[in-house]
Write a protein that binds this ligand. Structure first.
Ligand SMILES: Cc1cc2nc3c(=O)[nH]c(=O)nc-3n(C[C@H](O)[C@H](O)[C@H](O)COP(=O)(O)O)c2cc1C
Length: 189
């Protein structure tokens, strides 16, 4: 594996509750690609999309739904994140996506940057909503839940994982448009 081995950090199953999935915590990274562009504009909640290769390599037990965890861009700081995996029923997308909202205010957008994430826990299934407002309210509740859960000592440990300090600064070596090698999957898959 070009980015190092599997994490040595273990997280107690009990903290995941009923939705325990054996593949969590799940580490992956990939270049940020363009989504449908609604995240910032319509929702006021910017999301970073992973390339198809990352979406297609998800282990089978990581189903669609909303997750929380940690994320960093390039070699930057590690922040809390929430992620939506699936077809966005509100928008009736036909393509499965993995969209990460990093809980931090960035000055610029990050297309082409390397996004590293560890998915730590599951929040809820994806669902449709009667209005855009209701979707935004649900996402804000997800952010609040992630904020609280990630302060748990078992989760804070993952923030310090070597995975984040070993992020290759590929964009300074290879232009993002040709960096097919950047979409490598971690976790030994
Ligand atoms: C934490 C989080 C939860 C989400 N939950 C849902 C959901 O329950 N249903 C849904 O249709 N979309 C959900 N979304 C996806 C948004 O609809 C999506 O991020 C938005 O359409 C922007 O997509 P785009 O960047 O591809 O344009 C969620 C996104 C995030 C970050």
């Amino acid at each position: 594996l070009p980015f190092g081995g599997r994490s040595s950090v273990r997280v107690t199953r009990s903290v995941y509750g009923a939705a325990a999935m054996k593949s969590l915590p799940y580490f992956c990274r990939g270049e940020v690609v363009r989504g449908f562009g609604r995240g910032s504009k319509e929702l006021g909640i910017p999301t970073a999309n992973f390339p198809d290769s990352v979406v297609e390599n998800l282990p089978a037990d990581i189903g669609t739904g909303i997750y929380y965890g940690w994320a960093s861009l390039g070699n930057g700081d590690v922040h809390k994140m929430v992620m939506s995996i699936g077809w966005n029923p509100y928008y009736k997308n036909t393509k499965k996506s993995m969209e990460t909202h990093v809980i931090h205010t960035f000055k610029e957008d990050f297309y082409g940057e390397l996004l590293s994430v560890v998915m730590v826990g599951y929040i809820r299934p994806e669902r449709s909503f009667d209005s855009l407002d209701a979707l935004v309210t649900a996402i804000n509740d997800d952010i609040e839940e992630a904020n609280t859960k990630l302060d748990h000592p078992e989760h804070l440990k993952l923030k310090e994982d070597n995975f984040f300090t070993s992020a290759p600064s590929f964009s300074s070596v290879t232009p993002p448009t040709t960096s097919s090698g950047s979409q490598t999957i971690m976790n030994g898959h």
